[in-house]
Write a protein that binds this ligand. Sequence first.
Ligand SMILES: C[S@@+](CC[C@H](N)C(=O)[O-])C[C@H]1O[C@@H](n2cnc3c(N)ncnc32)[C@H](O)[C@@H]1O
Length: 421
Amino acid sequence: MEEEEEAASKPALPDAFLDFLKENGLDPSIYSESQSTPRYIRLKPGFEDRIEEIEAEIKCKLEEVEWLPGFYALPPDVQIANSNAYREGKIYGIDAASGAAVSALSISAGDHVLDLCAAPGAKLCMISDLLGNSGSVTGVDVSSHRLAACRTMLQKYALGNRCRLFVADGTTFSLVPTRNYAGESTWEENATFKEWTSRRPWKERKEAARVRKNGAVRSGNQLPELIYYGRHSGVAGLTKSELYQTFRDSEYLSCGYDKVLVDAECTHDGSIKHVQKFEQWGWETLQRRVLDAERSDSLTVLQLKLLTNGFRLLKSGGILVYSTCRCLLLFAPLTFRTLRMKDIRLYFANFRFLLISLTVAQNEDVVKQFLEGNPCAELQVIDAAENWPCKNGRVPDTLRFDPVTSKTSGLFVAKFSKLTI
Ligand SMILES: C[S@@+](CC[C@H](N)C(=O)[O-])C[C@H]1O[C@@H](n2cnc3c(N)ncnc32)[C@H](O)[C@@H]1O
């Protein structure tokens, strides 16, 4: 009986990570609270009256997330993948903190939205869902296979009608939204883009194969590769030169995007879900991907570039949301509660100091540097956040969801508007 209780209270960490903690004198219980993080689903609008049916199918009560409309929490071990509701695209998995980042964009009907780090696409799905039958969404990601997964999601959830997806470097991407998106697409004789089909012309396939074979990294000079566009995305009917038309920086003020999401690439951290992945990836990967200062430095440079370019593409008066999945700040008080003095010293030496400084570098420091270089950027209070279970970041008006108190996977969010000066 005692053994059973002990087993139940023991966090289900991978053995290799438990060994790693032991070697470093760390108490595994600092991770146990994140075990209770629920999983979240978003219900597609229009299926609200199907809740009971879905609950019966997954044999579990859906707990409404009061602070985020359309979101429901489930115990972490409930599987939804085999349910009809999931297969038919009535529900999709998305963490509540991710939902909050999208919600901070305050999307309204008719908006043209750019998602600059879009793959694998949960936030893009939600953006598309919120737009309904007007506006457009442009998803960009540097990784073609991740963006292909995003295309699959859009098609599965029938959310791709107003979307276009480009494999491109978000630090240099320069295309504006296409505006002829209303009604059925008609195309001129000379139009390059007819209705989208997965069967790509021979020339394009050859070029893609050449790039793959050379293992070429997409460069800023390469044209963005359009891998999907929906019927009402504004692409069908255009010629290549119309689609790839570029503008002077000042012109984006009038023809840029209404909303931009920069959900930047970040180092993974010690959150439980990420830690479990290192079991498969190998612990040297933890060292390389989380603790390597050089990699972190180059990431902050990338984040700043993504943020700067996303802001350049924003029209005057538009809104940009910057988010990253960093969430470690709260591990410190937790640790102080559970660790002995000797362990605290080890924790400082091995984790806390380094990770917290990484956390701030990839969030508040990026925000500060960006504001210094962009006088027409202004941080905004996120009005919707009044009831969110988050805390203020170290820069006023920025927010942090820490995994323990918010019961989410954790996120940093900052919202900017573009002033006309
Ligand atoms: C945190 S993930 C985005 C998650 C996504 N927003 C979602 O909700 O599913 C960061 C993404 O940034 C992409 N990325 C990294 N460097 C990039 C770049 N230079 N330009 C565009 N995307 C980039 C990565 O391929 C990765 O898919």
